[in-house]
Design a binder for this molecule. Sequence first.
Ligand code: NAD
Length: 267
Amino acid sequence: MRVAIYANDGKKSQNVKKKLLTRLKERHFALDDLHPEVVISIGGDGTLLSAFHHYQAQLDTIRFVGVHTGHLGFYTDWRDDEIDDLVISLESDNGQSVSYPLLDVGVKYADSPSKVHYLSLNESTLKRISSTMVTDVYLGGEFFERFRGDGLCVSTPTGSTAYNKSLGGAVVHPDLEVLQIAEISSINNRVFRTLSSPMIIAPNDWITFKPHGSNFILTVDSETYQGRTITEIYYKISKKRIHFAKYRHNHFWLRVQEAFIGIENED
Ligand code: NAD
């Protein structure tokens, strides 16, 4: 099996990387950063997001494993003191995996005739910082509303626990192939009106934003794009998915409970 390690620069992550490299070499795994079959990210969710973007051209042939060196993350199942167990699981690997939907972000810029596509694991936001963002929102090609406010966030199911949750969006089980739109500080008064609720968009539907004016900031996970005038953005579920090596069962709602509520006795 060809394995790559993608670690953040933190001292703890670098130490875990060193230990893991030693174990993998002892067990004769092939280390291959260019064409790996399994990518082990060491750090937090942000590190896994970076690893995803680094290897996004090879998603069909890669499975990810997340080791967390801080608190339990959403994409990082393994604790840093479980390296030996992880190597045992890699040795008995039989290709088992779980996959999650991704967001296809198609952007039409005023200075180019062709659309630019970005792929998102968590979410993409459109914002305007210095003045009100005005954007027409279309659902399935039909005009829905004219949004005024700070911005809009479109998230994947696995991204629903990230920025989307801070915006009051729903947590979505990742078995559902749906997208969610959440508002960022919409203006609502007698003149201007938006739905003011998060919306879950059906699997085959698509979302279009047609922003008015310029100076928008587009984010795709941790990446930021600005400086070019955007005329239209299309959001739909991507044909591509992210695959994780599934060596043990992690119940989604238990992970949500652990991350946001903490473990309590029932009585
Ligand atoms: P980071 O690694 O510091 O991540 C920020 C926080 O988001 C961390 O606590 C991380 O564990 C958590 N996180 C990331 N993905 C998650 C997920 N799918 N479910 C639950 N929690 C998740 O910083 P970064 O590398 O810049 O991460 C980018 C992400 O940060 C973005 O994709 C966005 O979701 C999130 N973010 C959140 C807010 C907010 O909640 N107000 C604002 C901006 C960005």
